[in-house]
Design a binder for this molecule. Structure first.
Ligand code: SAM
Length: 272
């Protein structure tokens, strides 16, 4: 991910920041704060990519921003992998309620919207351009009057009651999608806060990811360690190879070409 803007937080960002030395572990070993030579160039325009399933007429149009500070401007292999899997296993999605966190272009959510999900809520951090872009993607794929797919701003762990209701009005979901989110190590706890709040006893959380910086695998995988500590079950589901997202990036190319998918389920929610 070296050719991209450094991962800085916007001045008015509400993103949780690292509090302890441990929160920072791994951060300074990465290239994340190196200023890229292209950083001060003109912003790139938005573009539309089309996701197709081979030998079918199934397609999803995904508008992507030219630039985004948290890498929301790419169609990540992790999102293609989950979309393909849902297409091939439509019973996982049909008539289900679905929420996606950190969706960027929202490919897996848009796929679920086309595969018969009852309700799909697509979320990402409240950058206006990203949220507007997601709304454009809903319109692009479902038209102006779509009611079963909606977009909401949501920073992990924040304003949960305001965004998803409380008490009898609280929304929970059958399926939660986390696609390519492990890289944001300092927000793992907040990500799990959202997963916890949005789960019911039978929720399935699909976590797809690539180790884009293979030297930080341990930091990436801390999400699952934390999840187990917080009483989620974690189960390896499958792995799939893709061409690497950034061929010339450093680190083992085999690792950078692999999408891993794990399933998490909440064990902390009792039926009573
Ligand atoms: C690498 S992109 C993945 C996008 C998409 N899920 C995919 O697989 O194509 C990471 C996304 O996570 C979002 N994100 C990162 N930290 C976040 C946070 N604390 N709260 C909400 N969204 C966050 C970013 O805005 C960005 O869209």
């Amino acid at each position: 991910m070296s050719q991209h803007p450094p991962q800085q937080q916007p001045e008015n960002s509400k993103l949780p920041v690292a509090q302890t030395e441990e929160d920072y572990s791994g951060v300074f070993e990465s290239d994340m704060f190196q200023v890229d030579e292209n950083y001060f160039r003109k912003p790139r325009p938005a573009r539309i990519e089309v996701f197709n399933i081979e030998q079918s007429d199934f397609e999803v149009k995904v508008r992507l921003l030219g630039d985004h500070i948290l890498w929301g401007n790419y169609l990540w292999n992790a999102s293609k992998c989950l979309s393909q899997h849902f297409y091939e296993n439509q019973h996982l999605i049909k008539d289900k309620t679905v929420v996606e966190l950190g969706a960027a272009g929202g490919l897996p959510s848009l796929t679920c919207g086309k595969l018969g999900a009852k309700k799909v809520v697509i979320t990402d951090i409240g950058h206006e351009d990203l949220i507007d872009n997601l709304k454009k993607n809903v319109e692009l794929n479902f038209g102006e009057n779509c009611t079963h797919v909606e977009v909401r701003p949501h920073a992990w762990g924040e304003k949960l009651e305001e965004t998803f209701g409380v008490g009898e009005k609280k929304e929970t979901f059958d399926v939660i999608i986390l696609s390519d989110l492990l890289f944001n190590h300092i927000c793992h706890h907040q990500l799990l806060d959202s997963c916890e709040y949005l789960s019911h006893p039978n929720t399935i959380i699909y976590v797809s990811y690539t180790h884009h910086r293979p030297w930080l695998i341990k930091e990436d995988l801390k999400l699952f360690k934390l999840a187990k500590e917080r009483n989620f079950s974690v189960e390896h589901y499958f792995d799939k190879k893709y061409p690497p997202m950034f061929e010339n990036d450093p680190g083992d190319v085999e690792e950078r070409s692999t999408v891993h998918v794990q399933i998490m389920r909440p064990r902390h929610i009792s039926l009573n």
